[in-house]
Design a protein around this ligand. Structure first.
Ligand SMILES: CC(C)(COP(=O)(O)OP(=O)(O)OC[C@H]1O[C@@H](n2cnc3c(N)ncnc32)[C@H](O)[C@@H]1OP(=O)(O)O)[C@@H](O)C(=O)NCCC(=O)NCCS
Length: 214
């Protein structure tokens, strides 16, 4: 792994970019309805080796520094990541995460989410981080609470998953101080004037569609 990539050394795991060779571990941990049921439909179920191939290729090229494997002893046992908004939402990011069931209940997800939230707020100058959690996913709500997020509201009947209409609980974490103007707007962006100032097809970090969750 190249040393200029963002990685995080945590107490019980490491966050690092996905890389070729992760496919079999990804299938092992992702091919589980207990995981997939809480994520978007683009997280396939069943999860096949071809799905893992596609994911590892995408994540190890397009998603560098925004989506990370949760690594235990060299094995990718889950993922955590950010999708930075575009246009007027460029200082907001959606967080997403999942973890193989064999590793649940050890506080790994809260630690991973805390690390990438600090990174997003401190290094990427995000102002607002958010996650949408399907009603009933109490574990994920606990993860967010432990990582310092608060429940902002409920979007009623927002999602349809596995034939069920579900409310979506929106959890947020804001920057410690919220500016009233965007100090990061460049002179060139000012020159463009009102309207879209960044190309939605090319977000600064990650894709416009969150790859891993909720
Ligand atoms: C949500 C998820 C990431 C939790 O990760 P984790 O590292 O196990 O998180 P924690 O260890 O902090 O556990 C979270 C809570 O669930 C509880 N929990 C963990 N495993 C459990 C189990 N097998 N049965 C019941 N509760 C369990 C824990 O007690 C903890 O609650 P507490 O802090 O009040 O004690 C993991 O369950 C997962 O991947 N779920 C499917 C994908 C998903 O929901 N992603 C988020 C979409 S918004």
């Amino acid at each position: 792994m190249s040393s200029d990539r963002v990685t995080f050394e945590l107490e019980h795991c490491r966050l690092r970019p996905f890389a070729e060779g992760d496919q079999s571990a990804v299938v092992r941990h992702a091919n589980d309805w207990a995981v997939a049921r809480w994520l978007r439909d683009r997280f396939p179920h069943p999860y096949t080796p071809a799905d893992a191939d596609e994911w590892v290729h995408y994540a190890s090229t397009a998603l560098l520094d925004s989506v990370f494997a949760i690594d235990i002893d060299g094995e990718a046992v889950g993922a955590v990541g950010l999708t930075v908004g575009t246009d007027v939402f460029r200082r907001s990011a959606e967080v997403g995460y999942w973890l193989g069931r064999a590793h649940w209940g050890r506080g790994l997800a809260p630690a991973a989410l805390t690390a990438i939230s600090d990174y997003a707020l401190n290094d990427l100058a995000m102002l607002r981080l958010f996650a949408g959690v399907y009603a009933g996913n109490e574990r994920s709500g606990r993860v967010l609470a432990k990582a310092g997020y608060t429940l902002e509201g409920v979007r009623q009947a927002a999602a349809v998953k596995a034939g069920q209409v579900l409310d979506e609980h929106i959890w947020v974490k804001l920057a410690a101080s919220l500016p009233t103007s965007d100090a990061q707007v460049t002179p060139q962006e000012f020159a463009i004037g009102p309207g879209p100032v960044s190309d939605p097809a090319e977000p600064s970090v990650g894709p416009s569609v969150p790859p891993i969750g909720p």
